[in-house]
Ligand binder design. Structure first.
Ligand SMILES: [Fe+2]
Length: 290
């Protein structure tokens, strides 16, 4: 599969009907940060699906313009495995990140080459954050992870359900194009590990909680069950701020837990707009529940 084929294929993974209606309100306001205090500004990036042109020409320039020094990509990264030329693509992305002076940390979505990710993680050195360093600028958080930047506790929880898994499996049978892995959702042990992280200020995930306020989802019991798992994890981690991808829509809503309300932003995907695909998080404002 060529990169163009891959982009076309993974672009079809929307889980909405054509008439999907958003109940939550859009939040395209990405305030220009003022990074005068040495704190970390993170550009949180929704699904990128291995779209090199998008990341290099839209995401990275926007993140730099906003003063970000780290990208956190919330799954369906798509640059590991997923077809030929992986090393060349990772190198090209690393070069673009290096030119911008920015590191990228990603968690796994559903449309990832989970087998290849596991292999690369096994061989990779760990960063001080406990992330797998795949290249000098690209870090894989692992499927469930927690760490701190600037003293702010945060967690990453990967995985979601591909509602197009039967189509993916058919493609594999007919054309040998593997694009679905059963490891796309967390194991029971990993779910328990995620819940055991304890309170964090920021949660990054690929999937959304069950009360994701959007109509038009194609009914899928497995997908609904995974959103309920994310609700349970969210209630255990009680974040103030939650960013997720997977649904290819940008909207803001509230998630309620024992520590209070959490502002959740769902991120749009590659090919939308930088303001839709990227959310800026200034860690200096986290205490005020940015
Ligand atoms: Fe996804």
């Amino acid at each position: 599969m060529t990169a163009i084929d891959a982009a076309a294929h993974y672009g079809r993974c929307s889980i909405f009907t054509a008439t999907a209606k958003i109940n939550g309100h859009e939040d395209h306001a990405a305030a220009k940060p003022e990074n005068g205090g040495g704190h970390v500004i993170i550009a949180v990036v929704g699904d990128t699906h291995g779209n090199m042109a998008w990341v290099c020409n839209s995401v990275i320039p926007y993140a730099v313009e906003q003063g970000a020094e780290k990208l956190v990509q919330v799954g369906d990264f798509g640059f590991v495995g997923m077809g030929p030329h992986q090393d060349m693509r990772l190198q090209r992305l690393t070069d673009a990140l290096d030119a911008a002076g920015i590191d990228l940390h990603f968690l796994p979505g559903n449309h990832e080459d989970h087998a290849q990710l596991a292999l690369m993680a096994e061989a990779a050195p760990l960063s001080p954050d406990g992330h797998y360093q795949l290249t000098p600028r690209i870090f894989y958080t692992g499927r469930v992870a927690s760490w701190e930047w600037d003293g702010v506790p945060m967690a990453a929880v990967g995985g979601a359900v591909s509602i197009d898994r039967e189509w993916c499996q058919q493609q594999e049978r007919e054309y040998g194009l593997k694009s679905w892995w059963p490891e796309e959702i967390l194991s029971l042990v990993e779910i328990d590990d995620a819940k055991a992280i304890g309170p964090v200020d920021i949660l990054f995930s690929h999937d959304a909680p069950a009360d994701f306020p959007i109509d038009g989802l194609i009914p899928d019991l497995d997908s609904a069950a995974n959103r309920q798992v994310m609700t349970d994890i969210g209630r255990a981690l009680t974040p103030r701020i939650w960013r997720h991808g997977h649904y290819h829509r940008r909207l803001t809503y509230q998630f309620h837990h024992d520590r209070g309300d959490c502002k959740v932003i769902a991120l749009d995907c590659d090919g939308s707009t930088p303001e839709g695909n990227v959310s800026i998080l200034d860690l200096a404002t986290v205490g005020a529940a940015a």
